[in-house]
Design a protein around this ligand. Structure first.
Ligand SMILES: [Zn+2]
Length: 444
């Protein structure tokens, strides 16, 4: 009896000692990553298990405090690259009751938004913190709407798939879709910007994630005429190969119409990028007819655009199917912007992956997409554009309305007029121009 007692007492003491040395945590922070987007910085904490947490902002100096209950942090997790972010430094320390405190020292006050993500195919539990820049009151966004007396460029929204947290498909040698499609998109933008009558906007311009619905919203905000989403496929079988072009499926379109009508969310400006028919003041039946008409017209245009791009890509790349395919991809769901999604090839196919990673091939691909786009517009020129004026042989526009990012040099090249002449015609002091300025571009 005595023997038995002392034995269990011994075990008890050993266990107590072990507990004292190694507290059992509910979760561990295994990794931390940071992505910089134009209007916010995303911080992702990879966690072994779901956690309870609290986030507080402090001032003087600006800090963000992340308190996580019952959690430990792996060594070296805080050693990540903070350059180009508004974060000066990151520190962690233990608080009472095994609580972990992570402190971010910030360069300026930022507004945090945060949420938890559960286990997915690629990731374990995560805590996501978005740090938003605080907008200055009175700051106005530049409008892309052009008044009637100036002819506008055709605006192409280029949407490089995935980004940031989401690498997309991963090929041999860890070649990531997000990097390949961004490189092709940047080449495509360059080509379009150089072409008279066209300008391009990138839905994402570096390595960060943009939610799918937001991609459509950005295209609307930029008054895009068309939307081109660029991807690279993956398939279980490494032998799968070839490029494809997709448009929205009919079922995807009708479910989207139903969704818009049910929600009536942001229905202002829904139809007609520049013509803008608002559905706000329409009765439900009329609204549904208008939306249906718009969706059908958009789908028809998407198909024509898709055919033109597919044909052009077919001159340089093997095609997966020789017709435009249909799918319910969310990014294709604009009711008023013709939209296509290009799968540039199979990143899971070793020989295609090698090509897709190659700069020269990326340029060739971008050029073939560019050709497909310009060929489509040579038969479908939106009224009010510079291209339409050229096609309809309307007299050269007298004025050009300066867009954000324009320079005197860029405009002079586009309208085949010297910078000197541009300065003279507009009585400018130098070659400085500003967005919204109306410039005379001909002396006729
Ligand atoms: Zn993709």
């Amino acid at each position: 009896m005595v023997y038995k007692y002392s034995y269990s007492f011994h075990i008890l003491m050993t266990m107590a000692f072990l507990f004292f040395l190694e507290p059992i945590f509910a979760a561990t922070v295994n990794d931390m990553r940071v992505w910089k987007a134009p209007d916010h910085t995303r911080l992702v904490l990879d966690l072994s298990d779901p956690v309870k947490y609290k986030i507080n902002s402090l001032q003087n100096p600006d800090r963000l405090i992340i308190d996580i209950e019952d959690t430990s942090i792996k060594k070296d997790v805080l050693k990540f690259d903070l350059s180009a972010t508004p974060i000066i430094s990151v520190k962690s320390n233990k608080k009472e009751k095994n609580h972990l405190r992570i402190t971010l020292n910030l360069k300026k006050p930022l507004k945090p938004k945060h949420f938890k993500l559960g286990v997915s195919k690629k990731y374990n539990n995560r805590l996501v913190i978005d740090l938003y820049d605080i907008k200055k009151i009175g700051g106005k966004e530049t409008s892309f709407v052009i008044p009637n007396d100036g002819l506008r460029n055709i605006i192409v929204a280029i949407d490089p798939g995935h980004g940031g947290e989401d690498p997309g498909a991963i090929g041999p040698k860890r070649l990531m879709e997000k990097h390949v499609v961004l490189a092709i998109s940047q080449e495509l933008k360059k080509l379009l910007d150089q072409k008279s009558g066209f300008s391009a906007v990138l839905i994402r311009s570096s390595d960060y994630y943009v939610p799918l619905r937001k991609r459509i919203k950005i295209a609307h905000k930029k008054r895009a005429d068309i939307f081109i989403s660029i991807h690279a496929d993956a398939f279980k079988k490494p032998s799968a190969k070839g490029a494809s072009v997709f448009i929205l499926s009919r079922s995807g379109a009708s479910s989207e119409t139903a969704r818009y009508l049910a929600k009536r969310e942001n229905s202002t400006d829904l139809i007609g990028g520049s013509g803008s028919v608002s559905l706000d003041d329409k009765d439900p039946i009329l609204a549904s007819v208008l939306l249906d008409l718009s969706m059908t017209a958009t789908l028809n245009s998407s198909l024509d655009l898709g055919k033109s791009v597919l044909k052009s890509i077919g001159t340089i790349a093997r095609l997966h199917k020789n017709y435009v395919e249909e799918a319910g991809f969310v990014v294709l769901k604009s009711p008023d912007i013709p939209s296509i999604l290009i799968e540039t090839g199979f990143i899971s196919n070793p020989s295609e992956a090698k090509k897709l990673a190659n700069k020269t091939y990326q340029k060739k691909l971008a050029y073939s997409i560019f050709k497909g786009i310009t060929q489509y517009f040579s038969g479908n020129y939106p009224i009010g554009t510079l291209l339409a004026s050229e096609k309809l042989d309307i007299e050269r526009p007298l004025y050009y309305l300066v867009l954000p990012g324009d320079t005197a040099y860029k405009i002079s090249k586009k309208y085949k007029i010297s910078v000197k002449k541009l300065i003279k015609l507009n009585n400018l002091k130098g070659d400085k121009i500003y967005s919204g300025q109306k410039l005379r571009i001909t002396d006729k």
